[in-house]
Design a protein around this ligand. Sequence first.
Ligand SMILES: [Zn+2]
Length: 202
Amino acid sequence: MIGATENRAAASRGRSIAERTCAACRQKAPSRDLLRMAQAPDGSLVPDLRRNLGGRGAHVCPTRKCIVHALKKHSFDRVFNTRVRYPNADDLLDSIKSSLFRNINTLLASGSASRFLCAGTDASRKCLNEGKAACMLLASDATERERFETQAKERSIPTRTLPSKNLLGTLTGRRPTGVVTIKDRGLADALIAVADRLEALY
Ligand SMILES: [Zn+2]
């Protein structure tokens, strides 16, 4: 429920912005910046990543800190006005991470289909040297990670790090891969947004 004061504030900004309160830290934020949680029919708490589950929803900052805090303190009971069945925090975080990995996989698959990707060390270096890189995804265990990070930084190209070569390879539909370079700006921005959400969960 949005109060009169907030309605006036939204009106003064010229448009209505739906704000919600984090169940853990109680900070208000636009609902799109928060993670929506819903209750399954059996009363268990489930992440509503696509925001399409019916019923009442609760919101929490999409960070490990606020999610763990809300579970520990049973903060969602108040929002749902009932006793919620809480999942194990690591299980919940893992399921959100898996969903974000699937998003990355879909984005990379679309990039691969439209030839917006250079996967692997040689292809990435070539792409970088030709000035075609919009962003780089690096595996934390890649041998040349630091060298690529330095070269990307020199050219003001954003990089994001994923947990392992195995994972980056799987997400790209390849064998283990240490680096993937994205050539398309829109695709790079979408991947960075998902990678940032992912990072906040570690
Ligand atoms: Zn919070």
